[in-house]
Design a protein around this ligand. Structure first.
Ligand code: SF4
Length: 177
């Protein structure tokens, strides 16, 4: 069974009960970058794909700024099933789902992990501070991590879009060269 099939059939935490589709992630297993969000939203749950809808469109635009396309990277989430009403994933849910993310990172062996938003960032780097951590490089447990704002944040605060574009230019010019 592939990892996608295992995730799609998974019942390891309560989130399986309300999902329409699990969202394992998509992209290449041969790329240099993995983008990791917190968890699927409504549209992602409907389609079984990560970062679709308006936040996904913005992510596509930002990838373009970095000279990347979706098929050049891997995009996934800390938890693979949508928390009801878009609540934050609980600690036990993240713990139950973590082996899948670990396995994906083992398979891809990315040069850099970009965490999208505070929740995904705190999963790797401890809590809080995306406003201070974004666009910087952290080394932790043998991983290179660059925290970024979550694209959905820029939908509510358009000033953030410029900041995010700068961060994606940084990825293009300093990380991928
Ligand atoms: S969120 Fe993860 S651990 Fe929970 S049911 Fe979905 S795939 Fe399994």
């Amino acid at each position: 069974m592939t990892i996608e099939e295992r995730i799609s059939n998974c019942t390891r935490c309560r989130l399986y009960k309300n999902r329409t589709n699990a969202v394992p992630g998509e992209g290449t297993y041969d790329g240099e970058i993995v983008f990791i969000g917190e968890g699927p939203g409504k549209k992602e749950d409907e389609l079984g794909r990560p970062f679709v809808g308006r936040a996904g469109e913005l992510l596509d635009e930002l990838l373009f700024v970095a000279g990347l396309k979706r098929e050049d990277v891997f995009i996934t989430n800390v938890v693979k099933c949508r928390p009801p009403d878009n609540r934050d994933p609980r600690k036990d849910e993240k713990k139950a789902c973590l082996p899948y993310l670990r396995k994906q990172l083992e398979m891809i062996k990315p040069r850099v992990i970009c965490t999208l938003g505070n929740h995904a960032t705190s999963h790797f780097l401890g809590s809080g501070g995306i406003s201070k951590k974004h666009g910087k490089v952290f080394e932790k447990d043998g991983l290179t991590i660059v925290p970024l704002y979550h694209p959905a944040a820029a939908l509510y605060n358009p000033n953030l879009k410029e900041v995010m574009e700068e961060d994606f230019k940084f990825i293009k010019n300093k990380i991928l060269t």
